[in-house]
Design a protein around this ligand. Structure first.
Ligand code: ARG
Length: 577
C-alpha cells in the first residue's frame, strides 16, 4: 500500500469509529504547502455535514481515535476541519531504506495480476510511419513498460491497418514493378509507392479494372493475391520494426495483430447481431441503431457494420477485435491508445459488444486518448511544404540537433561514447516532450524546448542522473557497499526523502490512468530536490562518516528512482554526458 492509501485507510477507519458511515472518504492528498504538513485529509467536512456535526468537532474526535503509530509525528486540525499530517522522519527514512534494498523499489505490486491488452502504434501497411503515430507509439509503450514492471501479463497489440480495398491497387502496382524488375527500389520508399499506385489507379482504367479484380480475389483467398499482400505487409513491418528499435519502443513482429486477422469472424458477427435483433437492414446496408447516441436530427445514431456491397467496416473489425481479446486473449483490461477523434467510434463499438454479450461488463475497456501535435503556428504539425512529417525524418533531425548540442556541451566526447549520448538525448527528448504533457490536450512541437538542459526535459533529467553517478565515482564507494542508516536532519534531506517515498503512489496512479506526464513531473521534482539538497548538504565533505553514508544513500535512491522512472518511460540514460 502506498503512503496515500495507507493514510486514507487509517483515517477512514477513525472516521467510521467516530460515527461516519462506512462509505466515507478521508480524501487524503499530498499537502499543497509545507506548513500544512506532508498530507492533508479533506473528507471531514462532507462527513460532518452528513452527521450534522461541526466539522472541527468531528475532526477532533477522529484524531483522538486515530492511531498512526510511528508513521506521523504530528497531526493537526486546520481551517474549517482539514486534518494535516506531518510524517515522522524516521519512518520516511525506513521507507527509503526499503526502496533502496528492493529491486522493484518496494513498490506496491498488484495482489491479482491481470492480463492487460494494450492497443497501440497501429500504423498502416504500405505507408511510412508519420508523426501521427508518434503519440500512440510512445505513450502506449510507456504503459506497457509500467504495467509489466508491476508484474501484469501485458499483451502488446499492434492493430495495423492491413486490410481494405486499397490492396487491389497496391497488388496491381507491385505486380507492375515486379514485371519491370523495379520492386526493391519502389518499396524502399513506401510513401511514393502508395502515391504511384494511386496515380495509376486514378488515371489508367485498365489498371483500375485489374485492381478491383484483385480486391475481390484477395478477399476470396486467392493464393497469388495473398502472397502479394503478404509481401506488402512484411516489407512495411520490417521498416516499422526498424523505426521502433530506433525509438527504443518494445514492439516486435510478434505483436502485430492487424485488422486482417478478424476477417473470418466478421460474417458470423453480422449474422449474430441480426439474429439478436441488434442489427437491421437499412437502405441495403446492415446497421446497428444506438439510442444512446443521437444524430443531428435527434434520432438514434446508426453504426454501419456491413455496406450494401457486402464490405465490412472499421467498426465491424473493432467489434470482432474486442470479442477476440476477451475470448482468445482472456483480457481483464484493454487499453486503446488512439487520438481523441476516435472516441465516439470506440464508445459505439463497446456499447455494441456489451449489448451483444461478447464481453462482460467486468472487462475494463479504456480509451487512453490524446490530442494532436501542433506546429509553432498552432496548426497540425507539417513539413514546410505542407506534407505530413515522416517519423524517420523527424528522428534524423533530432539526431542532428542533439549532435550539435552535445558536442558544444562536451567537446571531449567522441566515437561510440558520443554516439550513445546523442542517441539517448535525441530520442529521449522527442519522447519526453510528448510524455511530459497531459495526453488529453494538443501540444506544440518545439525543438528548442525539448532539447534544453533546463526545465522539465529529457536532457535535464539525464544530466541529473549522471551528476549523481559522478558523486559515486568520486567517493570510490558503490551504492551496494553503503552500511549505516539514513538520517533526515536537514530540511533539504527531509524534502528529498519524502518525495522519494512517494514514488509508489505516483506509479499507482499512472498505472491506472495511463498518465505518464505525472511520472515525468515527479522525476523532475526529484531532480530539482536533489539539486538543492546537493547544494545545501555536502556529501563527500560531510561533517561525519555517518552523515556522509546517509547522504550517499539518499543519492543512491535518487539515482535508482530516476533510472527506473526513465526506463519506465522508455528513455535511455548514460553514465556520463
Ligand atoms: N490504424 C488506425 C489508425 O491509423 C488505428 C487503430 C487503433 N486501434 C483500434 N483497435 N481501432 O488510425
Amino acid at each position: 500500500m502506498n503512503i496515500q492509501q495507507l493514510l486514507s485507510q487509517k483515517i477512514s477507519q477513525a472516521m467510521v469509529a467516530a460515527g461516519a458511515d462506512a462509505q466515507c472518504d478521508a480524501l487524503v492528498k499530498p499537502s499543497a504547502k509545507v506548513q500544512f504538513g506532508d498530507y492533508q485529509a479533506n473528507g471531514i467536512m462532507a462527513a460532518a455535514k452528513k452527521l450534522g456535526l461541526p466539522p472541527r468537532q468531528l475532526a477532533e474526535k477522529v484524531i483522538s481515535l486515530l492511531d498512526l503509530n510511528d508513521i506521523a509525528e504530528k497531526v493537526e486540525i486546520a481551517g474549517p476541519g482539514f486534518i494535516n499530517i506531518f510524517l515522522n522522519k524516521t519512518w520516511i527514512a525506513e521507507q527509503n531504506e526499503l526502496a533502496l534494498k528492493d529491486e522493484k523499489l518496494n513498490l506496491t505490486l498488484p495482489t491479482q495480476k491481470q492480463t492487460i491488452v494494450i492497443d497501440y502504434s497501429a500504423p498502416n501497411v504500405a505507408k511510412e510511419m508519420h508523426v501521427g503515430h508518434l503519440r500512440s507509439t510512445i505513450i502506449g509503450d510507456a504503459s506497457v513498460r509500467i504495467l509489466s514492471f508491476l508484474g501484469h501479463n501485458v499483451i502488446r497489440a499492434n492493430h495495423v491497418g492491413d486490410w481494405g480495398t486499397q490492396f487491389g491497387m497496391l497488388i496491381a502496382y507491385l505486380e507492375k514493378m515486379q514485371n519491370e524488375n523495379a520492386t526493391d527500389m519502389a518499396l524502399a520508399d513506401l510513401e511514393s509507392f502508395y502515391r504511384a499506385a494511386k496515380k495509376h489507379y486514378d488515371e489508367d482504367e485498365q489498371f483500375a479494372e485489374k485492381a478491383r479484380n484483385y480486391v475481390v480475389k484477395l478477399q476470396g483467398g486467392d493464393s497469388y493475391c495473398r502472397d502479394m499482400w503478404r509481401k506488402l505487409v512484411d516489407i512495411t513491418m520490417t521498416q516499422n520494426i526498424a523505426t521502433y528499435k530506433r525509438l527504443n519502443v518494445t514492439l516486435s513482429l510478434e505483436d502485430t495483430m492487424g485488422e486482417s486477422i478478424y476477417n473470418s469472424m466478421l460474417p458470423s458477427i453480422v449474422a449474430d447481431l441480426k439474429q439478436k435483433g441488434l442489427a437491421v437492414e437499412s437502405n441495403g446496408a446492415i446497421v446497428v441503431f444506438l439510442d444512446e447516441f443521437k444524430n443531428k436530427e435527434g434520432e438514434p445514431m446508426g453504426v454501419i457494420i456491413q455496406k450494401r456491397d457486402g464490405g465490412y467496416l472499421y467498426a465491424t473489425t473493432d467489434i470482432a477485435c474486442a470479442k477476440y481479446r476477451y475470448e482468445k486473449l482472456h483480457a481483464d483490461r484493454i487499453l486503446y491508445y488512439t487520438d481523441s477523434r476516435q472516441h465516439q467510434h470506440l464508445e459505439q463499438v463497446w456499447l455494441i459488444v456489451h449489448k451483444a454479450g461478447y464481453v462482460p461488463e467486468s472487462l475494463k475497456l479504456e480509451h487512453h486518448m490524446f490530442g494532436m501535435i501542433l506546429g509553432k503556428d498552432g496548426k497540425p504539425f507539417k513539413t514546410r511544404s505542407g506534407d505530413t512529417v515522416k517519423l524517420n525524418d523527424l528522428l534524423d533531425e533530432a539526431t542532428q540537433r542533439a549532435t550539435t548540442l552535445i558536442k558544444s556541451k562536451n567537446p571531449d566526447l567522441a566515437g561510440d561514447e558520443l554516439a550513445q549520448v546523442v542517441d539517448a538525448v535525441a530520442i529521449g527528448s522527442v519522447k519526453y516532450a510528448d510524455l511530459s504533457k497531459n495526453r488529453t490536450t494538443d501540444y506544440v512541437f518545439d525543438w528548442d524546448n525539448m532539447l534544453s538542459f533546463e526545465g522539465n526535459t529529457a536532457p535535464y533529467l539525464q544530466y541529473a542522473y549522471t551528476r549523481v553517478l559522478s558523486i559515486f565515482r568520486k567517493s570510490a564507494i558503490t551504492a551496494e557497499q553503503l552500511t549505516g542508516k539514513i538520517h533526515l536532519d536537514h530540511e533539504k534531506e527531509r524534502a528529498l526523502a519524502t518525495r522519494l517515498a512517494q514514488f509508489d503512489e505516483i506509479i499507482t496512479t499512472v498505472a491506472s490512468e495511463g498518465t505518464p506526464h505525472l511520472l515525468c513531473a515527479y522525476l523532475y521534482d526529484i531532480a530539482t530536490l536533489f539539486s538543492s539538497f546537493y547544494e545545501n548538504c555536502p556529501i563527500l565533505a560531510a561533517e561525519s562518516e555517518t552523515i556522509k553514508i546517509s547522504r550517499l544513500k539518499l543519492a543512491a535512491l535518487t539515482a535508482k528512482t530516476l533510472k527506473t522512472g526513465l526506463d519506465m518511460l522508455g528513455i535511455k540514460t548514460v553514465e556520463k554526458m
